[in-house]
Design a protein around this ligand. Structure first.
Ligand SMILES: [Zn+2]
Length: 64
């Protein structure tokens, strides 16, 4: 047999992320002071990537 349920005992006490004030998620890095989800702390803008938005252009462009 062996050990049973010793995972939650000790360790992992340090919480790296805490609740973000902007997005409300538990993604605000305490030492980095940056939210990994919305980018709060980095700048005034929300964190966005170009690949996040779907491109719709190019549909009417095509000639049949
Ligand atoms: Zn956030």
């Amino acid at each position: 047999m062996g050990s049973k349920g010793t995972y939650s005992r000790g360790g992992m006490q340090f919480r790296v992320h805490t609740a973000c004030r902007r997005c409300g998620r538990h993604s605000f890095h305490r030492s980095k002071k940056v939210c990994s989800h919305c980018g709060f702390g980095k700048g005034p803008k929300l964190k966005t990537y170009t690949w996040q938005r779907k491109k719709v252009i190019g549909r009417a462009n095509r000639k049949v």
